[in-house]
Design a protein around this ligand. Structure first.
Ligand code: ADP
Length: 526
């Protein structure tokens, strides 16, 4: 049955069509780059992969309205993107549903080949894709390149995993029976992603879903839809069939309504979400009505414990990487440092020196920048609130502490000491470049503080005592532990949390299970 879209279609063929020139902001909105001329963010948004429609059933579609995408470094408008709503979301779900039977019936090897082609195109276009991330998210171009390789690696990995989906044959309890287990795709997967990894959060879910034989509808974050749409363009070029990968971008105003369609439409079998715990709970409540399968990657509050036996220089290097990547805006970023009293002063001094020497605030497109802007004003205000609260209760600013003179969304990398567990920054996720240090006495005390959170995504600790390493790794209440290591994500490893950090795992050999049903088949009378 042909799908009728409520939104107006561009004239076909549209898969090669770029944003109309009027979708870009006028010159008045454009900030000059430090090197002069048009800003690099805007130049990136004139690249060959920039699209501004929704992508449904293999076609670019418009909606009744559009919303602006802004450069977080300057506030300049980069593009106007179709603001899809309930009608477009329903149409996309139906389209995905209708494409499902042909996609799941393809031999796994063919799905694998198409995913591999998509991966190859991502690698071929990695520079353009990275520039889109820096333009809409603000992260330094080097980090954006890293994200594209990480993002593409999920398509490569799941292209391989597609061919390794195995069932089971079970020993029967009776002579005349044979019992087996089939693994089958769950159906349409609806996917909602955040802005902090605009590309990788999509492929980590979509790679697994498509490999399993599911079709998808994706709602990217309102701040960063261009990366999701660039992926759609490449999916199309790779030959992923129409209706298998659909994208419905929308503004924050429409997000709740689109999310509700995803969670309540009976044609959707699975919700996969990465974002805040508060939004995850809303989606869980909606999904309960039709008992959908759910995967939730929610907030974290990662502890980073430095024990007296640690190598202080390695701990400082790990702290820098774990805290300040993406300007502190990742769900596995350290949120609280717990440092044992014997090593405390040395660690704080060296950490402060490293922050001053190695971190450079600036535009993500400028060479040498390690700290781009925060995503928006609200994010900056949260960091300020956490610092004011801590200082008002006795914390001391070792370095940083205020907005950076570079621009309104830029914040100085900040280190606080004399922090206590009553302060806001040790109770909730800051999601910014703030490192609060709590001094502790014993291992028990550190574990009690670390485990007092109601979330448990990542945790890190530095120790050279093998017995302590085993004890603490086993007792930390988190889904992922870095032992003498500040960066732990990899395509090969299972990503996910416990407690209110979520449900399910992504990446690794386990990630595909989130998109597969187990069907038991019993042959009788044999
Ligand atoms: P953040 O505060 O970092 O933006 P959110 O959890 O609010 O984190 O956003 C993550 C994703 O969830 C984004 O794509 C956003 O548009 C979406 N979102 C936010 N609120 C809702 C909602 N009520 N229903 C569905 N999606 C939502």
């Amino acid at each position: 049955m042909a799908t009728r879209l409520a939104c107006r279609r561009f004239r076909a063929p549209l898969s090669r069509r770029r944003c109309p020139p009027q979708a870009l902001a006028g010159p008045a909105a454009v900030r000059l780059s430090s090197s002069g001329g048009l800003g690099p963010a805007r130049a990136a948004c004139r690249g060959p992969l920039v699209r501004c429609g929704g992508f449904v059933g293999g076609r670019w579609v418009q909606a009744a309205a559009a919303f602006p995408v802004r450069d977080p470094a300057s506030g300049a408008e980069l593009s106007q993107v179709a603001d899809c709503g309930v009608a477009e979301a329903r149409a996309a779900v139906r389209t995905a549903y209708e494409a499902g039977s042909a996609w799941s019936a393809l031999p796994a090897k063919e799905r694998s080949t198409l995913l591999r082609k998509w991966y190859n195109l991502m690698i071929e276009h990695k520079d353009d894709l990275a520039k889109i991330i820096t333009a809409e998210n603000g992260k330094p171009l080097k980090e954006a390149h890293g994200e594209i390789l990480y993002s593409a690696s999920f398509l490569e990995w799941f292209a391989e995993e597609a061919r390794r989906i195995y069932g089971d044959i079970i020993s029967p309890p009776a002579k005349d029976r044979r019992m087996l287990v089939l693994k089958q795709p769950v159906g349409v997967a609806a996917i909602i992603t955040p802005w902090n990894f605009p590309s990788a959060m999509i492929t980590r879910k979509v790679g697994a879903a498509l490999a399993a034989g599911c079709t998808v509808v994706v709602k990217p974050a309102e701040d960063t839809p261009l990366s999701a749409l660039a992926l759609a363009e490449l999916a199309d070029q790779a030959g992923i069939p129409a209706g298998v990968y659909n994208v419905v971008p929308c503004s924050r105003q429409q997000a709740a309504a689109v999310g509700e369609v995803f969670c309540t439409d009976p044609l959707v079998a699975k919700i996969s979400f990465t974002g805040s715990t508060a939004t995850g709970k809303i989606l869980l409540r909606h999904a309960a009505g039709t008992v959908k399968r759910v995967s939730m990657e929610l907030g974290g509050h990662a502890p980073f414990i430095v024990f007296d036996s640690a190598n202080v220089d390695k701990a400082v290097a790990g702290a820098l990487a774990s805290k300040y990547r993406n300007s502190g805006q990742t769900c596995v970023c350290t949120n609280r440092f717990l440092v044992q009293k014997g090593i405390h002063d040395a660690f704080v001094n060296k950490f402060a020196q490293a922050i001053k020497k190695e971190l450079h605030v600036g535009n993500g497109f400028d060479e040498g920048t390690t700290q781009g802007p925060l995503i928006n004003e609200k994010a900056v205000e949260k960091v300020e609130t956490h610092i004011h609260d801590a200082v008002s209760q006795g914390a001391a600013i070792v370095t940083g502490g205020k907005r950076h003179s570079y621009g309104k969304n830029f914040f100085e990398p900040t280190l606080l000491c004399n922090v206590t567990t009553g302060m806001l920054c040790t109770q909730e996720e800051t999601f910014g470049p703030l490192a609060p240090v709590i001094k502790f006495d014993t291992e028990e005390e550190a574990l009690a503080i670390a485990n007092s959170a109601n979330v448990g995504l990542a945790g890190y600790f530095y120790s050279q005592d093998p017995a302590q390493i085993w004890r603490v790794a086993e007792r930390l209440e988190v889904g992922m532990v870095g032992v003498n290591e500040g960066i732990l994500s990899a395509v090969e490893s299972p990503f996910g949390g416990i407690k209110q950090s979520g449900l399910g795992r992504e990446g690794s050999k386990y990630g595909i299970d989130e998109y597969l049903e187990i069907k038991y088949v019993c042959f009788g009378g044999l």
